[in-house]
Design a protein around this ligand. Structure first.
Ligand code: CP
Ligand code: NVA
Length: 300
């Protein structure tokens, strides 16, 4: 079996491919053509073990707009939820569809699926990475401000799946990434070790935001960490993106958040609903970026 092309991490792309996907996403957004149906007859299986609004709607709509269709598979209603081996599930599902998208907890679930799948696997979020969101975030920056190379991005909050994917993006697209997290919530050492001096850790959001062109944050407790909410609220109380943090950044800096957000926790209402916030463009771009990804993986 020839190995299909997977998208499990941004590192599955070269820098040129990442840039080409961003350009293609912008092109698909600006030149909408209902007669362009390169995925006619193609089917995407979408396996969700965690909740989703944006990811589900954007993949399902994206497939429909490109002429294909999508199947929503909740682990609650499939044999996956009853312990059918991942390898068996991957072999069976991939014998019937053209691409599989998975949102789950353990990153190894996605890599195991990929080992046994005859069609491309897309990581739609694991505890470790959220590469699809970075396609949309980067599309948004390029659209609104041009190339992100040599710019400074500031990540505030948890060193989580989004932060890890930002580290990968910084290396591929050559931007500086200043990360402000509490000591106990830094990104994984193994991911930091794959990076270089473009990535710097800071103790306070104000320091990290200095001269930044883009400020990004995410929830303090990710899906699966709900029971840690209170402990995390304490640990992160000095890590809110508010007007004081934004004031350290460049005047034309953008604010992004993958959503869903908790107003007045990780981000002050005045920031997320303020002029520099581009959260709804960012959310819409999930659709355009993933259409570019689906075309790249299924048609190539
Ligand atoms: N940003 C994001 O992935 O949103 P959903 O959890 O709604 O899919
Ligand atoms: N870090 C968040 C992102 C949600 C899109 C989570 O994993 O829940």
């Amino acid at each position: 079996m020839t190995q299909p092309r997977h998208f499990i991490s941004l590192n599955d792309l070269s820098s040129d491919e990442f840039r080409a996907l961003i350009a293609r996403a912008i092109d698909l957004k600006n030149n909408r053509n209902p007669d362009f149906q390169p995925l006619k007859g193609k089917v995407l299986a979408m396996i969700f073990e965690k909740s989703s609004t944006r990811t589900r709607v954007s993949f399902e709509t994206g497939m429909a707009q490109l002429g294909g269709s999508a199947l929503f598979l909740s682990s609650r209603d499939t044999q996956l939820g009853r312990g059918e081996p991942l390898a068996d599930s991957a072999k069976v599902i991939s014998s019937m569809v053209d691409c599989i998208m998975i949102r789950t907890y353990d990153h190894a679930t996605v890599t195991t699926f990929a080992q046994h799948s005859r069609v491309p696997i897309i990581n739609a979020l694991t505890d470790l990475l959220h590469p699809c969101q970075l396609l949309a975030d980067m599309q948004t920056y390029f659209e609104l401000r041009g190339d992100i190379a040599k710019k400074t991005v500031c990540w505030v909050g948890d060193g989580n799946n989004m932060c890890h994917s930002y580290i990968n993006a910084a290396m591929l697209l050559d931007f500086k990434l200043n990360i402000a997290t509490p000591k106990d919530y830094q990104p994984l050492r193994s991911i930091l070790e794959s990076a270089d001096e473009r990535i710097q850790l800071f103790d306070t959001p104000e320091e990290a935001a200095n001269n930044a062109d883009l400020i990004v944050t995410d929830v303090w407790a990710s899906m699966g960490q709900e029971q840690e909410q209170q402990k995390r609220e304490q640990a992160f109380k000095n890590y809110q993106v508010n007007a004081k943090v934004m004031a350290q950044a460049n005047k034309d800096a953008l604010f992004m958040h993958c959503l869903p957000a908790h107003r007045n926790e990780e981000v002050a209402t005045e920031v997320i609903d303020g002029k520099q916030s581009v959260i709804f463009i960012e959310a819409e771009n999930r659709l355009h970026a993933q259409k570019a990804l689906l075309e790249f993986l299924i048609c190539c």
